[in-house]
Ligand binder design. Structure first.
Ligand SMILES: Cc1cc2nc3c(=O)[nH]c(=O)nc-3n(C[C@H](O)[C@H](O)[C@H](O)COP(=O)(O)OP(=O)(O)OC[C@H]3O[C@@H](n4cnc5c(N)ncnc54)[C@H](O)[C@@H]3O)c2cc1C
Length: 384
């Protein structure tokens, strides 16, 4: 019987396997797809300092390596209807960067290499189709009907988690009607200075809100649309509007586009009645990209799950499930506050935003609010 089995080799599953090895636990990862499966899009480009520290704690030097692979943009700019209203530049020390920005696939590659080095076994092409738990063990059934017995499972099998479904754990929460089109551009956009730009009511986007974020190797553009249908149309026509929203970009630079909605959903429980399984990452919660809480909080789930399994007491396992579920709810509240700001559905909020835009060039507080509010409360104020 194995000691720990992780299901899913996304960033959260790989971090869980690495954290298990940090506690000297033998670990096997079962991944549904082949090793070199396509992983389209930049996705979780923003890796917070706290995540880099967590990764350094389970594999010394890994956080630093990821930080060096990424890009640190030091300037944040806010515009209102084509007019700059606020600019902020970070002057902190280069060796203590607050985040790094790089494609999720690069983080996954570095995690996978670290897993191999640490002795975690990864079995590709092994979709798990069912799970049973008893007070002493868990049994995972893979596609060929093979039964894999293990003492503990970390379920990191993503948003459509088979394990969560088979354990009868519902996801509870909401999906906002507002849709977003997202597009990646490869290259430097004609040498544009890397800066995160939030543009309220962008004239070239028909008055929609637009977010531009540089990362190592490219730029990402998010356009806020009325609904999912409109977002799908915008995603399909990205090559046409990209040069208008990202000066210097050419239609040929477009490398990926898609549409997404704001999910704010949390699993009703993060463990089974026997405390043999802990849910982690998108198997446990669905959060919107704004605020960058998805992968970052998933890695925190993974590290906490491995620690609880190393302790191997029902109290530690139940406590981990409770604490991570509370963190997911805190993230959902933070996402709700970001969404309310982005939607500005109430006239009072729209008027307040407009007033802040008028004041921002002279009143720093107004500019800071416009700059921060689309992402929810700062991460260090939320137990993520
Ligand atoms: C457009 C977009 C932008 C985003 N931006 C950010 C951001 O800026 N910051 C951030 O933190 N997050 C962001 N996210 C979210 C981030 O991509 C996810 O949080 C992250 O991928 C979740 O990792 P995970 O390992 O939980 O799940 P996944 O990455 O989905 O990995 C799950 C793995 O499990 C495997 N699997 C599934 N079912 C089975 C099974 N039955 N058996 C075995 N294996 C299975 C899958 O093949 C996959 O490899 C973004 C997401 C999107 C879509």
């Amino acid at each position: 019987m194995s000691e720990v089995t992780v299901v899913g080799a996304g960033p959260v599953g790989l971090a869980a396997a690495l954290a298990a090895r940090h506690h000297r636990l033998p670990v096997t990862v079962l991944e549904a797809h082949p090793e070199h499966r396509p992983r389209p899009g930049s996705r979780a480009i923003f890796v917070h300092r706290a995540t880099l520290d967590l990764l350094d704690a389970i594999d010394p030097g890994l956080g630093r390596t990821i930080a060096h692979e990424g890009l640190v943009w030091r300037t944040r700019r806010t515009l209102w209807r084509g007019r700059p209203v606020h600019t902020r530049t970070y002057h902190g020390p280069a060796d203590r960067i607050p985040f790094t920005s790089l494609p999720q696939t690069v983080v996954e590659d570095l995690l996978r290499t670290a897993c191999h080095r640490a002795g975690a076994e990864i079995c590709w092409d092994q979709p798990v189709t069912d799970i049973r738990t008893t007070p002493r063990a868990a049994e995972l059934i893979t596609a060929g009907g093979y039964c894999h017995r293990t003492r503990y499972v970390i379920a990191a099998d993503g948003a459509r988690s088979t394990l969560r479904t088979r354990l009868g754990i519902p996801l509870k929460g909401t999906t906002a009607p507002t849709g977003f089109a997202v597009a990646d551009l490869t290259g430097e956009a004609g040498g544009l200075t890397p800066a995160r730009v939030f543009h309220y009511r962008h004239p070239a986007a028909g008055g929609r809100n637009v977010l531009l974020v540089p990362f190592a190797g490219g730029w990402r553009v998010d356009v806020q649309c009325r609904d999912g249908q409109e977002a799908a149309t915008w995603a399909a026509t990205a090559a046409r509007w990209l040069p208008d929203l990202l000066p210097g970009a050419r239609p040929d630079d477009l490398s990926w586009s898609s549409a997404y909605r704001f999910h704010q959903k949390v699993a009703a429980r993060f463990t089974d009645p026997h405390h043999r399984v802990l849910l982690a990452g998108e198997a446990a919660h669905l959060l919107p990209p704004f605020g960058a809480r998805g992968m970052n909080s998933g890695i925190a789930d993974a590290v906490a799950a491995a620690r609880a399994i190393a302790e191997a007491t029902p109290q530690a396992l139940a406590g981990c499930a409770r604490a991570r579920r509370a963190a997911a709810h805190a993230n959902v509240r933070a996402a709700a506050s970001a969404l309310a700001h982005l939607q500005a559905a109430r006239p009072l909020r729209r008027t307040t935003q407009h007033a802040a835009a008028l004041l921002a060039p002279r009143v720093a507080r107004a500019g800071r609010w416009l700059d921060r509010a689309p992402f929810g409360p700062p991460l260090h104020t939320v137990h993520y």
